[in-house]
Design a protein around this ligand. Structure first.
Ligand code: LLP
Length: 425
């Protein structure tokens, strides 16, 4: 399984390009993606799950190049909006390898999915069933899955746990809502139910919750066969594979996950007298997170009492994760050597609120000063994809590095871009 190049080498160079050079050429803040590592991670998933369909969860990060790499490496794509879908399709991504999610699919989402011919649509609520069937029309036939809430609590933070009851996604296994919805799906001639889906949550570091999910979903598959005489051919276990943000952090052992899920599937299916369904998985973070690094320039250093505030030129608008989930990062000084004793610093952003802290209480060289460059490793997932327009600072660009060369993938959002949308007065 590939190591995170951004965590092991972010102090110096990524993809053979010195980070200081990238900062000078593209400006800061900037997000840098190691193309070889993204591709290696895609390939590791293919090798580790040779019989499964691996769909990259585009919400973690998507741009045209990313869609192209994922396609070339043989993965499918999980999208949750017409935006993600259309962008991928413009790169030539085969729509039949795309799956559409969403707890509130807009008319535009469904229209694009059906027009472009996505492989599967995942049904998330009872009210969607008739809507999708109507959109498919009397002559169409659309493959669908039903998203089930298996009643399992897993994931790195309350806000990203989706396998338990009491959150907005999916249909409950416990109270029978899922089975009832499945009966209704089967009554729609335009909908072809191909399997069950669940997504337990995100940043999960243990294998066990996935095994419990397999058992519960195979149990539901057995009940469906009993009630409808139908064997569902697919089981989608979603994503959620946790990565280490700092040295020493726990991460999910993806190889162990593959082995133990396979064994559990075989055992549960044998016990239920069912054939083993084709497995689908939807990793996002673990494909792209460790392959990205964010670069910031230090704008101000303030020493007050026993605290050192190191303020950089980005912050919660390009990385809301520390503010949202209390995530801890390990920023590094790059571009110069320092022999100064370390200090404990709060790396803060440039935005107008006290909660705009990128990394609290982290060790940095005591002589850290304005003009220094800081790198935040493992920055490829859910940072830029969740970036906001707060304070109208403009979103950072994305640069790909590979074989000692860098190229711009997404340009910086300029003030003209920001002003261009403002058409009032
Ligand atoms: N499949 C479904 C249906 C999902 O909802 C998600 C993530 C994934 C797959 C991919 O999960 P992953 O392998 O990336 O953990 N913004 C949060 C994470 C939200 C995840 C949303 N759904 C964060 O920054 O931690």
């Amino acid at each position: 399984w590939p190591a995170s190049t951004t965590r092991t080498h972010a102090g110096t160079a990524v993809g053979g390009v010195p980070l200081a050079e990238l900062a000078d050429r593209f400006g800061t803040p900037v997000y840098v993606l190691d193309e070889s590592e993204v591709r290696a991670r895609c390939r590791s998933y293919r090798h580790t799950f040779p019989d499964a369909e691996v769909l990259y969860a585009a919400k973690a990060f998507l741009c045209r190049a990313m869609a192209h790499w994922v396609e070339e490496e043989g993965l499918g794509l999980d999208v949750c909006s017409a935006g993600e879908l259309e962008l991928a399709v413009t790169t030539g991504f085969p729509p039949e390898r795309i799956l559409l999610h969403g707890n509130a699919k807009s008319p535009q989402d469904l229209e694009a999915a059906l027009r472009l011919g996505v492989g599967r649509i995942v049904i998330d609520s009872p009210s969607e069933i008739a809507r999708i069937a109507a959109a498919v029309g009397p002559d169409g036939r659309q493959k669908v899955m039903v998203r089930v809430v298996p009643g399992i609590s897993a994931g790195g933070h309350e806000k990203i746990r989706t396998g338990a009851e009491g959150q907005k996604f999916g249909l409950s296994l416990n109270d029978g809502t899922a089975q009832h919805a499945i009966t209704r799906v089967l009554a729609q001639p335009g909908l072809q139910l191909v399997g069950l889906h669940c997504h337990l949550g995100s940043q999960i570091t243990a294998v066990k919750p996935y095994l419990t999910a397999v058992r519960r979903l195979v149990g539901l598959m057995a009940r469906i066969r009993k009630a409808h005489g139908m064997v569902l051919p697919e089981l989608d276990l979603g994503g959620g594979h946790g990565v280490a943000y700092r040295p020493g952090d726990a991460a999910l052992d993806v190889s162990a996950l593959a082995d133990r899920v396979r064994a559990e599937l075989e055992q549960s299916c044998a016990a239920a007298g069912l054939p083993v369904p084709r497995l689908l998985i939807e990793p996002g973070r673990a494909v792209v997170g460790p392959a990205g690094v964010a670069l910031y320039r230090v704008l101000a250093v303030k020493r007050t009492g026993d605290r050192v505030f190191v303020a950089v030129d980005g912050g919660m608008s390009d990385n809301p994760r520390p503010a949202l989930y209390g995530v801890r990062y390990a920023p590094l000084l790059v571009g110069r050597r320092s022999t100064a004793l370390p200090c404990t610093a709060d790396v803060v952003g440039r935005h107008c609120e006290a909660g705009d802290v990128l990394a609290a209480g982290v060790p940095l060289p005591g002589d850290v000063r304005p003009g220094d460059l800081l790198a935040v490793p493992v920055a490829g997932a859910y940072q830029l994809s969740m970036a906001s327009g707060y304070n109208l600072v403009g979103r950072p660009p994305v640069v790909a590095v590979a074989d000692g060369r860098a190229r711009l993938l997404v340009r910086r959002e300029s003030l003209d871009d920001v002003r261009g949308r403002d058409v009032g007065l």
